[in-house]
Design a protein around this ligand. Sequence first.
Ligand SMILES: Nc1ncnc2c1ncn2[C@@H]1O[C@H](COP(=O)(O)OP(=O)(O)OP(=O)(O)O)[C@@H](O)[C@H]1O
Ligand SMILES: [Mg+2]
Length: 449
Amino acid sequence: MKRRVLIADDEKNMRWVLAQALSAEGYEVIEAADGKEALTAVAEQPPDLMVLDHKMPAPDGMEVLRRLRAKGNVFPIIMLTAHGNVTTAVAAMKAGASEYLTKPFDLEELKISIEKALKVSALAAEVERLREELDRDYDVEGIVAADPAMLSVLETIGKVAPTNATVILYGESGTGKELAARALHKMSTRSARPFVSVSAGALPETLLESELFGYEKGAFTGAMQAKPGRFELANGGTIFLDEIGDISLAVQVKLLRVLQERTFERLGGTRTLEVDVRVVAATNQDLQQLIADGAFREDLYYRLNVVPITLPPLRQRPSEIPLLVAHFLEKQSAGSKHISSEAMRLLMEYQWPGNVRELENTIERIAILSRGDEIGAEDLPAEVRSGVSMFAPGERCFVLPEGGVDLEEVELDFVRQGLDRSGGNVPKAAKLLGLTTKTLEARMAKYGL
Ligand SMILES: Nc1ncnc2c1ncn2[C@@H]1O[C@H](COP(=O)(O)OP(=O)(O)OP(=O)(O)O)[C@@H](O)[C@H]1O
Ligand SMILES: [Mg+2]
């Protein structure tokens, strides 16, 4: 395909010479006799390159250049300026010209400039295309991923989304199970139909049952009129059964039937209803353990565990933290802020017991609270700075080893670490260890430190 060059110059002879020379080089040449014509020509069909004379009746070349760049035109523009006018040349480059040539110039020189500018712009377009492709790769429906385990999760999601297969998502709290469930729906043929989410843990047993299956008028005291359940509402779409490990055995039986036959009755009803739903379940519990404890039905487990997908905890994929941080800053419209390398190191070393949700909340807070554009270590929450995770309630930080421990040895070790980390500053070390300065001094004396 011939590449189109637009020549904008008010001197007729100049246009004619350039048009002859460039046509001979195999370019398709369009001419504009002033700034207005040039803008119209671009609006009709943007050229691959433009040769623009600076000196023209208003709008002059500089004005045309500014307007074109302001409108987002990225094709290369070579500016022709009067001899010796360096100020104009500099201003042209600042306004987005690819190059400038001072009149009178050599035709060969112009041809080389055009070739070079077209090559650069083709390269820029290619980089842009590759970047878009990359974006698509690591950004499936808002899911940021770079770690191999997460990329394979995305691959599985992509493969299984268009099918009707039941999917169960395993993963600690905050690892992105709901995000994955929504991606499965959006990438399926059911995407125009509803995505209905039910969180089993949030509801008491009887309420959960009526939520899932609905009820008929008079099914129980207060059932003044019939109400459809979530399964009915999800008809044609996807139902997301969150925290499936929290469902009581009685409701499990009913669920098993829907999964097997896609039929059920409303509470207090006799009509058998049929639904067409895709089931996606999620849990942060170990279902095998629940089965062993008699709290989860094995047959239901097999119905759900058709395509198991496990979302790894964030601490197992620290390489994704920079991407996630950028993503969340962007989400907070704080994309201009950047993180110091020390702060990033701390963010990557922290264990994130609350996983991606905790990271998201942390970044949200920092984006609001930090002053200036640089986020430093001092802007991070204390637990991230100290590298000590906050543990979930009931979770133990310290586990007694099989062979037992020597408590004094443990104490000595912590005292040493405290002193190390505070650079030998006793009051600071005392604070880290949760002791008064006096107590710490007594311990130091005891251990001869
Ligand atoms: N890979 C990711 N890329 C971008 N955002 C993510 C990613 N993973 C999680 N998030 C975000 O982190 C938050 C928590 O994710 P989500 O609610 O999906 O977790 P969950 O596994 O369902 O947690 P819980 O078990 O506590 O319900 C959400 O705001 C989600 O958008
Ligand atoms: Mg969730």
